[in-house]
Design a protein around this ligand. Structure first.
Ligand code: PEP
Ligand code: MN
Length: 472
Protein backbone atom coordinates (compact mmCIF):
# COMPACT_ATOMS: atom_id res chain seq x y z
CA UNK A 1 0.00 0.00 0.00
CA UNK A 2 2.72 2.47 0.98
CA UNK A 3 4.35 2.11 -2.42
CA UNK A 4 1.15 3.06 -4.25
CA UNK A 5 1.08 6.59 -5.72
CA UNK A 6 -0.49 9.15 -3.40
CA UNK A 7 -1.98 12.58 -3.83
CA UNK A 8 -4.43 14.52 -1.63
CA UNK A 9 -7.40 12.96 -3.47
CA UNK A 10 -6.41 9.27 -3.65
CA UNK A 11 -8.61 8.62 -0.59
CA UNK A 12 -11.63 9.12 -2.84
CA UNK A 13 -11.21 5.70 -4.43
CA UNK A 14 -11.36 3.90 -1.07
CA UNK A 15 -14.29 2.85 1.07
CA UNK A 16 -15.03 5.42 3.75
CA UNK A 17 -16.75 5.40 7.15
CA UNK A 18 -18.66 8.28 8.74
CA UNK A 19 -18.92 10.08 5.43
CA UNK A 20 -21.82 12.54 5.20
CA UNK A 21 -24.30 12.43 2.34
CA UNK A 22 -24.08 16.04 1.18
CA UNK A 23 -27.43 17.20 -0.17
CA UNK A 24 -25.96 19.57 -2.79
CA UNK A 25 -22.88 18.09 -4.52
CA UNK A 26 -22.45 21.17 -6.75
CA UNK A 27 -22.45 23.46 -3.73
CA UNK A 28 -19.95 21.18 -2.00
CA UNK A 29 -17.60 21.30 -5.03
CA UNK A 30 -17.79 25.07 -5.06
CA UNK A 31 -16.95 25.33 -1.35
CA UNK A 32 -14.07 22.86 -1.72
CA UNK A 33 -12.73 24.94 -4.60
CA UNK A 34 -12.93 28.10 -2.52
CA UNK A 35 -11.19 26.39 0.40
CA UNK A 36 -8.35 25.32 -1.86
CA UNK A 37 -7.45 28.96 -2.53
CA UNK A 38 -7.65 30.16 1.06
CA UNK A 39 -4.30 30.70 2.76
CA UNK A 40 -2.92 27.94 5.00
CA UNK A 41 -4.05 28.23 8.62
CA UNK A 42 -0.68 27.07 9.90
CA UNK A 43 2.82 27.25 8.43
CA UNK A 44 4.86 24.15 7.51
CA UNK A 45 7.69 25.41 9.73
CA UNK A 46 5.37 25.23 12.71
CA UNK A 47 4.29 21.72 11.75
CA UNK A 48 7.93 20.65 11.47
CA UNK A 49 8.73 22.27 14.81
CA UNK A 50 5.94 20.28 16.46
CA UNK A 51 7.17 17.09 14.86
CA UNK A 52 10.62 17.67 16.28
CA UNK A 53 9.14 18.32 19.74
CA UNK A 54 7.20 15.07 19.43
CA UNK A 55 10.42 13.28 18.55
CA UNK A 56 11.69 14.46 21.94
CA UNK A 57 8.55 13.07 23.53
CA UNK A 58 9.03 9.69 21.81
CA UNK A 59 12.57 9.63 23.20
CA UNK A 60 11.35 10.37 26.72
CA UNK A 61 12.76 13.89 26.88
CA UNK A 62 9.49 15.86 26.89
CA UNK A 63 5.83 15.40 27.85
CA UNK A 64 2.77 16.04 25.68
CA UNK A 65 -0.38 17.67 27.02
CA UNK A 66 -3.30 17.71 24.60
CA UNK A 67 -6.76 18.90 25.56
CA UNK A 68 -9.90 20.80 24.74
CA UNK A 69 -13.55 20.28 23.96
CA UNK A 70 -15.01 17.08 22.58
CA UNK A 71 -16.96 19.12 20.03
CA UNK A 72 -15.81 22.70 19.61
CA UNK A 73 -18.74 24.91 18.60
CA UNK A 74 -18.59 28.01 16.42
CA UNK A 75 -20.03 29.78 19.48
CA UNK A 76 -16.87 28.99 21.46
CA UNK A 77 -14.99 31.39 19.20
CA UNK A 78 -15.15 34.06 21.86
CA UNK A 79 -12.50 35.80 23.97
CA UNK A 80 -13.38 34.36 27.40
CA UNK A 81 -13.76 30.75 26.24
CA UNK A 82 -10.47 30.81 24.34
CA UNK A 83 -8.54 32.46 27.18
CA UNK A 84 -9.85 30.13 29.86
CA UNK A 85 -8.82 27.09 27.86
CA UNK A 86 -5.34 28.48 27.19
CA UNK A 87 -4.92 29.32 30.87
CA UNK A 88 -6.02 25.87 32.00
CA UNK A 89 -3.60 24.18 29.60
CA UNK A 90 -0.82 26.44 30.85
CA UNK A 91 -1.62 25.84 34.51
CA UNK A 92 -1.58 22.12 33.92
CA UNK A 93 1.76 22.56 32.12
CA UNK A 94 3.25 24.28 35.16
CA UNK A 95 2.29 21.30 37.31
CA UNK A 96 3.61 18.87 34.70
CA UNK A 97 6.92 20.67 34.16
CA UNK A 98 7.45 20.72 37.90
CA UNK A 99 6.60 17.03 38.30
CA UNK A 100 8.26 15.57 35.23
CA UNK A 101 11.29 17.87 35.04
CA UNK A 102 10.75 17.87 31.31
CA UNK A 103 9.60 20.35 28.73
CA UNK A 104 5.87 20.19 28.14
CA UNK A 105 4.51 20.35 24.60
CA UNK A 106 0.97 21.73 24.46
CA UNK A 107 -1.62 20.95 21.80
CA UNK A 108 -5.16 22.31 22.04
CA UNK A 109 -8.16 20.43 20.67
CA UNK A 110 -9.00 23.90 19.40
CA UNK A 111 -9.38 26.02 16.29
CA UNK A 112 -10.91 23.27 14.16
CA UNK A 113 -12.36 20.46 16.33
CA UNK A 114 -15.73 20.82 14.64
CA UNK A 115 -16.45 17.38 13.08
CA UNK A 116 -17.84 14.52 15.14
CA UNK A 117 -18.14 10.82 14.31
CA UNK A 118 -21.49 9.39 15.44
CA UNK A 119 -22.50 5.86 16.33
CA UNK A 120 -25.90 6.39 14.69
CA UNK A 121 -26.85 8.72 11.81
CA UNK A 122 -30.15 9.55 13.53
CA UNK A 123 -31.45 10.03 17.05
CA UNK A 124 -34.82 10.26 18.75
CA UNK A 125 -36.13 13.69 19.62
CA UNK A 126 -39.60 14.07 21.14
CA UNK A 127 -40.67 10.77 19.59
CA UNK A 128 -39.30 11.66 16.16
CA UNK A 129 -36.20 10.30 14.43
CA UNK A 130 -34.00 13.26 13.43
CA UNK A 131 -30.46 13.39 11.94
CA UNK A 132 -27.75 13.28 14.65
CA UNK A 133 -25.67 16.38 15.37
CA UNK A 134 -22.40 15.79 13.51
CA UNK A 135 -20.53 18.88 14.61
CA UNK A 136 -20.82 22.53 13.58
CA UNK A 137 -18.82 21.92 10.40
CA UNK A 138 -21.77 19.89 9.00
CA UNK A 139 -25.01 20.71 10.79
CA UNK A 140 -26.25 22.60 13.86
CA UNK A 141 -27.19 21.24 17.29
CA UNK A 142 -30.59 22.95 17.22
CA UNK A 143 -33.27 20.56 15.92
CA UNK A 144 -34.12 22.93 13.07
CA UNK A 145 -30.54 22.90 11.82
CA UNK A 146 -29.89 19.20 11.45
CA UNK A 147 -29.68 19.22 7.64
CA UNK A 148 -26.12 19.09 6.33
CA UNK A 149 -25.03 22.41 4.86
CA UNK A 150 -21.82 22.48 2.75
CA UNK A 151 -21.41 26.21 3.48
CA UNK A 152 -20.50 25.22 7.01
CA UNK A 153 -17.12 23.92 5.76
CA UNK A 154 -16.15 27.46 4.83
CA UNK A 155 -17.52 28.75 8.13
CA UNK A 156 -15.34 26.20 9.94
CA UNK A 157 -12.30 27.62 8.15
CA UNK A 158 -13.16 31.17 9.24
CA UNK A 159 -13.94 30.21 12.85
CA UNK A 160 -10.67 28.24 13.00
CA UNK A 161 -8.79 31.25 11.65
CA UNK A 162 -10.37 33.63 14.18
CA UNK A 163 -9.71 31.25 17.09
CA UNK A 164 -6.15 30.64 16.01
CA UNK A 165 -5.62 34.35 15.54
CA UNK A 166 -6.69 35.04 19.11
CA UNK A 167 -4.56 32.18 20.47
CA UNK A 168 -1.56 33.66 18.68
CA UNK A 169 -2.40 37.19 19.82
CA UNK A 170 -2.87 36.17 23.46
CA UNK A 171 0.36 34.27 23.56
CA UNK A 172 2.28 37.06 21.83
CA UNK A 173 0.85 39.51 24.36
CA UNK A 174 2.08 37.63 27.38
CA UNK A 175 -0.92 35.61 28.62
CA UNK A 176 1.61 32.89 29.28
CA UNK A 177 4.44 34.88 30.80
CA UNK A 178 5.99 32.29 33.05
CA UNK A 179 7.44 35.04 35.22
CA UNK A 180 3.98 35.48 36.72
CA UNK A 181 2.48 32.03 37.16
CA UNK A 182 0.97 32.96 40.50
CA UNK A 183 -1.00 35.78 38.93
CA UNK A 184 -2.96 33.37 36.77
CA UNK A 185 -5.06 32.35 39.75
CA UNK A 186 -7.08 29.20 39.90
CA UNK A 187 -10.37 30.50 38.53
CA UNK A 188 -13.25 28.42 39.78
CA UNK A 189 -11.15 26.09 41.93
CA UNK A 190 -12.03 26.69 45.56
CA UNK A 191 -10.69 23.45 47.04
CA UNK A 192 -8.08 24.62 49.62
CA UNK A 193 -5.91 21.49 49.26
CA UNK A 194 -5.66 21.84 45.50
CA UNK A 195 -5.06 25.58 45.79
CA UNK A 196 -2.30 25.05 48.33
CA UNK A 197 -0.65 22.34 46.24
CA UNK A 198 -0.75 24.58 43.18
CA UNK A 199 0.66 27.63 44.90
CA UNK A 200 3.45 25.57 46.51
CA UNK A 201 4.43 24.48 43.04
CA UNK A 202 4.30 27.90 41.45
CA UNK A 203 6.41 29.49 44.16
CA UNK A 204 8.93 26.68 44.04
CA UNK A 205 9.07 27.16 40.26
CA UNK A 206 9.81 30.82 40.71
CA UNK A 207 12.69 29.93 42.99
CA UNK A 208 14.28 26.92 41.35
CA UNK A 209 17.09 27.22 38.98
CA UNK A 210 16.44 23.72 37.76
CA UNK A 211 13.20 24.88 36.22
CA UNK A 212 15.13 27.47 34.29
CA UNK A 213 17.40 24.73 33.00
CA UNK A 214 14.45 22.62 31.92
CA UNK A 215 13.08 25.44 29.86
CA UNK A 216 16.59 26.27 28.72
CA UNK A 217 17.28 29.31 30.96
CA UNK A 218 16.35 31.78 28.29
CA UNK A 219 14.48 34.89 29.16
CA UNK A 220 12.50 34.85 25.91
CA UNK A 221 11.40 31.29 26.67
CA UNK A 222 10.08 32.55 29.96
CA UNK A 223 8.03 35.26 28.39
CA UNK A 224 6.13 33.17 25.95
CA UNK A 225 5.26 29.58 25.16
CA UNK A 226 4.03 27.53 22.24
CA UNK A 227 0.53 26.23 21.79
CA UNK A 228 -0.22 24.03 18.80
CA UNK A 229 -3.65 23.18 17.38
CA UNK A 230 -5.31 19.86 16.56
CA UNK A 231 -8.56 18.19 15.59
CA UNK A 232 -9.85 14.84 14.39
CA UNK A 233 -9.22 14.71 10.63
CA UNK A 234 -12.65 13.25 10.01
CA UNK A 235 -13.99 15.32 7.14
CA UNK A 236 -11.67 14.66 4.24
CA UNK A 237 -13.61 17.07 1.99
CA UNK A 238 -12.31 19.77 4.35
CA UNK A 239 -8.78 18.42 4.89
CA UNK A 240 -8.01 17.82 1.21
CA UNK A 241 -8.27 21.42 -0.06
CA UNK A 242 -6.15 22.64 2.85
CA UNK A 243 -3.43 20.13 2.05
CA UNK A 244 -0.70 21.83 0.04
CA UNK A 245 2.61 20.91 -1.53
CA UNK A 246 4.91 23.30 0.30
CA UNK A 247 8.55 23.80 1.04
CA UNK A 248 10.04 23.74 4.50
CA UNK A 249 13.67 23.55 5.58
CA UNK A 250 15.02 20.01 5.43
CA UNK A 251 16.31 20.28 8.97
CA UNK A 252 13.77 21.20 11.64
CA UNK A 253 13.93 24.80 12.81
CA UNK A 254 15.30 25.48 16.28
CA UNK A 255 13.00 26.14 19.23
CA UNK A 256 12.71 29.82 18.38
CA UNK A 257 11.56 29.33 14.83
CA UNK A 258 8.36 27.56 15.70
CA UNK A 259 4.78 28.50 16.32
CA UNK A 260 5.23 31.11 18.96
CA UNK A 261 3.05 33.84 17.76
CA UNK A 262 3.46 35.78 15.61
CA UNK A 263 5.79 33.45 13.85
CA UNK A 264 7.74 34.99 11.00
CA UNK A 265 8.61 32.77 8.06
CA UNK A 266 12.23 31.66 7.97
CA UNK A 267 14.75 33.64 5.93
CA UNK A 268 14.38 32.86 2.25
CA UNK A 269 16.98 30.33 1.28
CA UNK A 270 18.37 31.05 -2.17
CA UNK A 271 19.93 27.64 -2.32
CA UNK A 272 16.79 25.53 -2.80
CA UNK A 273 18.76 22.32 -2.24
CA UNK A 274 18.08 22.83 1.47
CA UNK A 275 14.33 23.02 1.05
CA UNK A 276 12.19 19.92 0.93
CA UNK A 277 8.74 19.81 -0.63
CA UNK A 278 6.04 17.81 1.07
CA UNK A 279 2.28 17.76 1.44
CA UNK A 280 1.24 19.57 4.61
CA UNK A 281 -2.29 19.56 5.91
CA UNK A 282 -2.40 23.22 6.86
CA UNK A 283 -5.76 23.03 8.69
CA UNK A 284 -3.90 22.37 11.99
CA UNK A 285 -0.49 21.39 13.27
CA UNK A 286 -1.64 17.92 14.33
CA UNK A 287 -4.63 15.86 13.23
CA UNK A 288 -5.69 12.43 14.33
CA UNK A 289 -7.61 9.42 13.01
CA UNK A 290 -10.55 8.51 15.23
CA UNK A 291 -11.42 5.12 16.63
CA UNK A 292 -14.19 4.60 14.08
CA UNK A 293 -12.18 5.44 10.93
CA UNK A 294 -8.82 3.69 11.27
CA UNK A 295 -9.51 0.71 8.94
CA UNK A 296 -6.27 -0.12 7.11
CA UNK A 297 -7.70 -0.20 3.59
CA UNK A 298 -10.09 2.73 3.99
CA UNK A 299 -10.06 6.38 3.02
CA UNK A 300 -8.80 7.99 6.23
CA UNK A 301 -5.64 5.89 6.49
CA UNK A 302 -5.06 6.51 2.78
CA UNK A 303 -5.29 10.29 3.24
CA UNK A 304 -3.17 10.39 6.39
CA UNK A 305 -0.33 8.30 4.94
CA UNK A 306 0.58 11.08 2.52
CA UNK A 307 0.76 14.14 4.77
CA UNK A 308 3.91 15.36 6.48
CA UNK A 309 2.20 16.49 9.73
CA UNK A 310 2.68 14.60 12.95
CA UNK A 311 -0.52 12.56 13.33
CA UNK A 312 -2.41 10.66 15.99
CA UNK A 313 -4.21 7.33 15.81
CA UNK A 314 -6.81 6.39 18.39
CA UNK A 315 -6.25 2.87 19.68
CA UNK A 316 -8.95 1.03 21.61
CA UNK A 317 -10.38 -2.36 22.54
CA UNK A 318 -11.38 -2.92 18.91
CA UNK A 319 -7.84 -2.46 17.56
CA UNK A 320 -6.33 -5.85 16.69
CA UNK A 321 -2.68 -5.98 17.73
CA UNK A 322 -1.70 -6.96 14.19
CA UNK A 323 -3.46 -3.85 12.79
CA UNK A 324 -1.32 -1.68 15.00
CA UNK A 325 1.92 -2.62 13.27
CA UNK A 326 0.30 -2.49 9.84
CA UNK A 327 -0.93 1.02 10.65
CA UNK A 328 2.56 2.13 11.67
CA UNK A 329 4.11 0.61 8.55
CA UNK A 330 1.54 2.32 6.33
CA UNK A 331 1.51 5.68 8.05
CA UNK A 332 5.19 5.95 8.94
CA UNK A 333 7.21 3.76 6.58
CA UNK A 334 10.35 5.85 7.19
CA UNK A 335 10.07 5.30 10.94
CA UNK A 336 10.36 8.98 11.84
CA UNK A 337 10.36 9.18 15.66
CA UNK A 338 7.46 11.30 16.90
CA UNK A 339 5.57 11.15 13.60
CA UNK A 340 2.85 8.96 15.13
CA UNK A 341 1.14 9.42 18.46
CA UNK A 342 -0.78 6.35 19.59
CA UNK A 343 -3.69 7.71 21.60
CA UNK A 344 -4.82 4.77 23.73
CA UNK A 345 -8.40 4.70 25.05
CA UNK A 346 -9.47 1.36 26.45
CA UNK A 347 -11.53 2.14 29.55
CA UNK A 348 -10.49 1.59 33.15
CA UNK A 349 -11.56 -2.06 33.12
CA UNK A 350 -9.78 -3.04 29.92
CA UNK A 351 -6.53 -1.11 30.04
CA UNK A 352 -4.79 -3.71 32.22
CA UNK A 353 -5.40 -6.47 29.72
CA UNK A 354 -4.95 -4.60 26.43
CA UNK A 355 -2.27 -1.96 26.89
CA UNK A 356 0.59 -4.38 27.71
CA UNK A 357 -0.13 -6.37 24.52
CA UNK A 358 -0.12 -3.25 22.40
CA UNK A 359 3.05 -1.93 24.02
CA UNK A 360 4.88 -5.22 23.42
CA UNK A 361 3.75 -5.40 19.79
CA UNK A 362 5.17 -1.95 19.07
CA UNK A 363 8.19 -1.88 21.35
CA UNK A 364 9.39 -5.34 20.24
CA UNK A 365 9.18 -4.32 16.58
CA UNK A 366 11.20 -2.01 14.35
CA UNK A 367 9.09 0.86 15.82
CA UNK A 368 10.72 0.65 19.25
CA UNK A 369 11.00 4.14 20.81
CA UNK A 370 9.49 5.57 17.64
CA UNK A 371 5.92 6.38 18.73
CA UNK A 372 4.54 8.76 21.30
CA UNK A 373 2.36 6.82 23.72
CA UNK A 374 -0.46 9.05 24.88
CA UNK A 375 -3.25 8.08 27.27
CA UNK A 376 -6.80 9.25 26.50
CA UNK A 377 -8.59 8.17 29.68
CA UNK A 378 -11.85 9.73 28.52
CA UNK A 379 -13.30 7.78 25.59
CA UNK A 380 -13.28 4.27 27.03
CA UNK A 381 -15.13 5.50 30.11
CA UNK A 382 -18.29 7.12 28.76
CA UNK A 383 -21.59 6.00 30.27
CA UNK A 384 -25.21 7.06 30.44
CA UNK A 385 -27.07 7.72 33.68
CA UNK A 386 -30.47 6.02 34.12
CA UNK A 387 -32.04 9.32 33.07
CA UNK A 388 -30.00 9.28 29.84
CA UNK A 389 -27.28 11.87 30.57
CA UNK A 390 -23.92 11.10 28.99
CA UNK A 391 -21.23 11.26 31.66
CA UNK A 392 -17.95 9.77 32.91
CA UNK A 393 -16.84 8.89 36.42
CA UNK A 394 -13.78 10.86 37.43
CA UNK A 395 -12.58 7.75 39.30
CA UNK A 396 -12.59 5.70 36.08
CA UNK A 397 -10.67 8.42 34.23
CA UNK A 398 -8.17 8.67 37.08
CA UNK A 399 -7.82 4.89 37.25
CA UNK A 400 -7.17 4.46 33.52
CA UNK A 401 -4.46 7.13 33.63
CA UNK A 402 -2.92 5.69 36.79
CA UNK A 403 -2.94 2.17 35.32
CA UNK A 404 -1.41 3.42 32.07
CA UNK A 405 1.42 5.12 33.95
CA UNK A 406 2.04 1.95 35.96
CA UNK A 407 1.91 -0.37 32.93
CA UNK A 408 4.31 1.73 30.86
CA UNK A 409 6.76 1.78 33.76
CA UNK A 410 6.46 -1.97 34.16
CA UNK A 411 6.94 -2.54 30.41
CA UNK A 412 9.94 -0.21 30.17
CA UNK A 413 8.14 2.12 27.77
CA UNK A 414 7.42 5.81 28.27
CA UNK A 415 3.94 7.25 28.69
CA UNK A 416 4.69 10.52 26.97
CA UNK A 417 1.38 12.31 27.09
CA UNK A 418 -2.24 12.71 28.05
CA UNK A 419 -5.21 13.52 25.82
CA UNK A 420 -8.13 15.06 27.68
CA UNK A 421 -11.54 16.57 27.06
CA UNK A 422 -11.63 19.62 29.28
CA UNK A 423 -12.86 23.15 29.61
CA UNK A 424 -11.80 26.11 31.71
CA UNK A 425 -15.44 26.63 32.74
CA UNK A 426 -16.91 25.29 35.99
CA UNK A 427 -19.00 22.63 34.25
CA UNK A 428 -20.61 19.66 35.99
CA UNK A 429 -20.32 16.98 33.34
CA UNK A 430 -18.13 14.25 34.89
CA UNK A 431 -19.11 12.53 38.14
CA UNK A 432 -16.87 12.55 41.21
CA UNK A 433 -13.54 14.29 41.63
CA UNK A 434 -12.63 16.00 44.88
CA UNK A 435 -15.88 18.00 44.68
CA UNK A 436 -17.74 14.69 44.74
CA UNK A 437 -20.19 15.57 41.95
CA UNK A 438 -23.20 13.27 41.99
CA UNK A 439 -25.78 12.39 39.40
CA UNK A 440 -28.18 15.06 40.66
CA UNK A 441 -25.44 17.71 40.34
CA UNK A 442 -24.88 17.05 36.63
CA UNK A 443 -27.70 19.37 35.61
CA UNK A 444 -26.17 22.33 37.52
CA UNK A 445 -23.92 23.35 34.64
CA UNK A 446 -23.93 20.73 31.88
CA UNK A 447 -23.14 22.58 28.66
CA UNK A 448 -21.39 20.05 26.42
CA UNK A 449 -23.15 19.20 23.16
CA UNK A 450 -21.15 16.02 22.82
CA UNK A 451 -18.98 14.16 25.37
CA UNK A 452 -18.71 15.26 29.04
CA UNK A 453 -15.59 17.30 29.81
CA UNK A 454 -13.41 17.67 32.88
CA UNK A 455 -13.75 21.00 34.63
CA UNK A 456 -10.70 23.02 35.69
CA UNK A 457 -10.40 21.31 39.03
CA UNK A 458 -10.78 17.76 37.72
CA UNK A 459 -8.23 18.48 34.98
CA UNK A 460 -5.70 19.84 37.48
CA UNK A 461 -6.16 16.75 39.64
CA UNK A 462 -5.05 14.63 36.68
CA UNK A 463 -2.03 16.87 36.10
CA UNK A 464 -1.07 16.29 39.75
CA UNK A 465 -1.43 12.52 39.29
CA UNK A 466 1.07 12.58 36.41
CA UNK A 467 3.37 15.01 38.25
CA UNK A 468 3.37 12.85 41.38
CA UNK A 469 4.09 9.71 39.34
CA UNK A 470 7.18 11.19 37.72
CA UNK A 471 8.48 13.01 40.80
CA UNK A 472 8.55 9.86 42.96
C1 PEP B 1 -12.98 12.11 20.38
O1 PEP B 1 -11.76 12.23 20.60
O2 PEP B 1 -13.81 13.01 20.62
C2 PEP B 1 -13.49 10.81 19.87
C3 PEP B 1 -14.62 10.71 19.19
O3 PEP B 1 -12.71 9.80 20.21
P1 PEP B 1 -12.64 8.28 19.68
O4 PEP B 1 -12.39 8.36 18.21
O5 PEP B 1 -11.44 7.74 20.44
O6 PEP B 1 -13.92 7.62 20.07
MN1 MN C 1 -15.15 13.00 22.57
Amino acid sequence: MASQPWNPSTWRSKPIKQSPAYPEPAKLSQVVKELSRMPPLVHPNEIIALKSHLRDVAHGRAFLLQGGDCAELFDYCEQGAIESKIKLLLQMSVVLIWGTNKRVIRIGRMAGQYAKPRSSPTEMHEGKDIPSFRGDILNGYHVDERDIDPNRLMKAYHYSAATLNYIRASIASGIADLHRPLDWGLGHVRDPILKEKYSAITSSIQQTLHFLEVIKSRSDELQTVELFTSHEGLLLEYEQPLTRLLEAPSSPPGPNASSRAPSPPPPVDDDKSNAKEAYYDTSAHFIWIGDRTRQLDHAHVEFFRGIANPIGVKVGPSTPTSDLLELLRTLNPDREPGKITLITRYGANKVGELLPKHIRAVEDSEYRRCVVWQCDPMHGNTLSTPSGIKTRRFNDIYKELQESLRIHKEQGSYLGGVHLELTGDAVTECLGGSEGLEEDDLSTNYTSFCDPRLNEKQALELAFLVADHFSQ
